[in-house]
Design a protein around this ligand. Structure first.
Ligand code: SF4
Length: 277
């Protein structure tokens, strides 16, 4: 069976995600206390590059992947990001993970061009209270996000919200849902994720342990190589964590795909990986 046929079979039976993740960059305007990639304004940029992202998307489409996820770092720090997302979305649907703090008037105007494309933004908002939200993510974060979300929704951009947290009370969960409704976000477009014990979170003693057997396989490419999951290409005390590295080679994409398929054949399916999807 060809590599493409094997991938298609694993994607069709739900064993492998059809989404290829791209780490566009590692720097960020924020420095969240649980950041897996130790991102910050001074972090090394490790930019994948616009042409490379498009090339990877083309190879992914040819191999039978059915979606692209873009994450970082903060992807919207890259001046060419909106243009790149437009190009990529001509090949496959795209989801971009963002902290939602860089949507000033010019960026909003620029991104409106994507309203007719299969593009969604997944914006981070952890808690319904500015003080508690900003304690982990930095001053002013909450205000910028609640300002940006309705403006994006009004412009026809698909918005999802991701909340990363170690715990939450029922009351807090309900207040967050109410806030998101007010911002124009549907309940089904809200995901809650655990803090994972990697990167800065691990150094701070936060998060749950997420070994390979617990993480759903989602091929992920960064400048450092190909990884098992978007939770994998993390940095801890300035060093790349390589426990979930598949291959350093990412071109052609068939190389990490082949390694991933080999690993899938000897790895039992996680009994409950719902928190990581
Ligand atoms: S968690 Fe996201 S927003 Fe926060 S520092 Fe890391 S990359 Fe930036």
């Amino acid at each position: 069976m060809s590599l493409g046929a094997q991938l298609a079979e694993q994607i069709a039976n739900g064993r492998l995600s059809g989404r290829l993740w791209l780490y566009s960059n590692y720097h960020c305007n924020l420095a969240c206390s649980y950041c897996l990639t130790e991102s910050s304004p001074t972090a090394p940029r490790r930019v994948l590059g616009q042409a490379r992202m498009l090339e990877l998307t083309q190879q992914a489409a040819d191999l039978g992947f059915n979606a692209i996820g873009i994450t970082g770092g903060e992807p919207f720090l890259l001046p060419w990001l909106v243009e790149a997302v437009g190009e990529i979305s001509e090949l496959l649907p795209v989801t971009v993970l963002t902290n939602g703090t860089l949507f000033g008037p010019r960026r909003l105007e620029e991104i409106e061009a994507l309203r007719t494309r299969d593009v969604s933004l997944q914006i981070s908002l952890d808690r319904p209270d500015p003080t508690e939200n900003d304690a982990m993510r930095g001053p002013g974060n909450f205000e910028k996000v609640v300002e940006a979300v309705p403006q994006l929704v009004r412009r026809g951009i698909q918005v999802r919200i991701a909340s990363t947290r170690e715990d939450q009370t029922e009351d807090e969960a309900q207040r967050l849902e109410a806030l998101l409704r007010d911002l124009g976000v549907r309940e089904e477009d809200h995901v809650v994720r655990p803090v994972v014990e990697r990167g800065r979170a691990a150094v701070a003693g936060m998060g749950i342990v997420a070994p390979l057997e617990k993480l759903p396989p989602e091929l992920t490419i960064s400048v450092d190589g190909a990884f098992w999951s978007p939770f994998a290409p993390t940095y801890r005390s300035g060093r790349l964590e390589t426990d979930l590295l598949l291959t350093r080679t990412t071109d052609p994409l068939t190389v990490p795909c082949s390694t991933l398929l080999d690993l899938l054949s000897v790895t039992p399916k996680a009994s409950d990986s719902s928190g990581f999807v």
